[in-house]
Design a protein around this ligand. Structure first.
Ligand code: BG6
Length: 489
């Protein structure tokens, strides 16, 4: 490790507090990510990690829990007994009921000296945000050298998110507030910017003159995954579109920022988010999975999973528009759902046809170019281009669409793929806000989402049933087909 200084010359934070340290996110993602940063010597050797939650655990109890989590969630090739043992020595635990102010002094006493910096990761129920912020402040855990990372859900609509943001802002200024959208920590999502702004090829054609429409698909095969209460109160629109999908849309649609830095990039993203046109009720489709089979395995309906009837959508498809010069008349079709045929995050940019087909007299049929950016599970960029099929054509020319393939997994085969949270936790510790969501972005996202929900309420829209393991309700197909567009399945 060369040095432990951030670009602004501060010492790296030597302390990290994880709220919700016994929760699912901590076990699956945060502890394995911190372990990876430790094993690769990316965090300062003296950085201590303090877990806190309601459970009455000792330091050793927390270390045992962490060891079990690493056992379960670390890939085998990352398990190194020596590194695990030294990682566990970094861990400490303080039980805390965040709804009361009393326990915070004990937490501060446990953490001790924070003069060299402190990063806090808050992954907690929305109702605990405000008391937690107050508690941190009263215990002296909110000073100038403290940064706070906030995990979603940050509210359920514009108003409740503004309330949380106000409570945070009263104690932590925006430059010390790190709102997490884990999609921004994904390597492939950052690659969208590299693709667009590190190549000459795409930018000149990246506009309504040349692009017919864009599709953004984030589908999952999983269902409720033990989060029934949260999910049923949330639904697909707020769980996935409000954050991850709108961030993807913003990265695809934004103007080139002047620099790769937090202010320049977020300034451009927020312009896109503010330019989103309200979606009329007829341009959105909601669905809820019924019985079916996913990858050959029979699965139950949402109602059965939940154990109750519900009007919560587990699928949503939308036709969105960005009202600016670059994107005038270009629909952005978005869809996301649980219990779908495949796990897939993908962006499809459909170009317009060439203005004149010179092959028409030789029966040469042309398809317009398509750019497919697959974010997960595979990582590739595929450009579908027209080519002539080999042959000594006498009176006709046979043209065929062939893929120009860039497999990122192959091109970077020797490079380990990191969990999004590895990157984000390191950025939080080091104070780099580039991949975090600024308040004005979140607010623009909520405004647009709230309007959609309002149209659903006014029209009494109810989710349409779809077979688990399929591609959503037929109305989602109709949403694009009526524009002469097919989803890229
Ligand atoms: C989370 C949602 O934000 O993202 C989950 O709350 C969803 O419902 C998850 O499953 C998807 O993330 P990923 O990284 O698996 O695509």
């Amino acid at each position: 490790m060369a040095d432990h200084k951030t670009s602004d010359g501060d010492q790296r934070c030597q302390n990290l507090i994880l709220f919700g340290a016994t929760g699912d996110l901590a076990k699956r993602m945060l502890l394995p990510s911190l372990y990876a940063l430790h094993a690769d010597a990316l965090i300062a050797p003296n950085l201590k990690i303090f877990g806190t939650a309601r459970s009455e655990l000792t330091d050793d109890g927390f270390r045992d829990m962490a060891r079990d989590a690493l056992d379960e969630f670390l890939p085998t090739d990352r398990k190194d007994e020596g590194a695990i043992a030294s990682f566990l020595e970094r861990l400490f635990y303080q039980p805390l009921d965040a709804s009361t102010i009393e326990g915070f002094d004990d937490l501060a006493a446990k953490v001790g000296d924070i003069s060299c910096g402190l990063a806090i990761f808050l992954s907690t129920a929305p109702f605990l945000f405000e008391p937690t912020i107050r508690g941190l402040q009263s215990a002296g855990l909110a000073g100038d050298n403290v940064r706070i990372g906030l995990e979603k859900p940050l509210g359920t609509d514009f108003e409740s998110s503004a309330q949380i943001n106000d409570a945070v802002a009263a104690v932590f200024p925006e430059e010390r507030t790190f709102r997490i959208d884990h999609y921004l920590g994904k390597e492939t999502v950052q690659n969208l910017m590299a693709l667009r702004f590190a190549n000459m090829l795409f930018e000149p054609v990246w506009n309504s003159n040349n692009i017919d429409h864009v599709q953004i698909t984030v589908t999952e095969t999983v269902g409720l995954e033990g989060r029934a209460d949260f999910y049923d109160d949330t639904g697909a629109l707020r769980d996935m579109v409000q954050n991850h999908m709108l961030q993807l849309l913003a990265l695809i649609a934004m103007e080139p920022p002047g620099n790769f830095d937090a202010t320049a990039i977020r300034d451009e993203k927020v312009k896109v988010l503010r330019a989103l046109r309200p979606v009329p009720e007829g341009d959105s489709v909601t669905g809820q999975y019924g019985d079916g089979a996913v990858k050959g395995e029979p699965v139950k309906s949402y109602g059965d999973d939940l154990g109750d009837g519900s009007d919560t959508e587990t699928f949503v498809a939308l036709k969105a528009h960005v009202d600016n010069w670059r994107w005038q008349g270009v629909p952005f079709y978005l869809r996301t759902g649980k219990r779908m045929a495949d796990r897939r995050s993908e962006i499809v940019v459909q170009f317009k046809p060439v203005p004149h087909n010179i092959f028409v007299g030789r029966e040469g049929r042309l398809e317009a170019n398509t750019l497919i950016i697959r974010l997960q599970p595979e990582e590739y960029v595929r450009l579908l281009v027209m080519a002539k099929e080999p042959g000594i054509d006498r009176d006709k020319i046979v043209l065929r669409e062939v893929p120009l393939d860039l497999s990122l997994s192959q091109a970077f085969a020797g490079t380990r793929r990191r969990i999004a949270y590895e990157r984000l936790l390191l950025d939080l510790v080091e104070g780099d806000q580039t991949l975090f969501v600024r308040r004005d972005e979140v607010e623009a996202q909520w405004k647009w989402i709230d309007e959609i929900r309002e149209t659903w309420k006014t029209s009494g829209k109810k989710p349409k049933s779809y077979n688990a393991g399929g591609w959503g309700p037929s109305a989602a197909i109709a949403l694009t087909e009526r524009d002469g567009v097919s989803w890229h399945d």
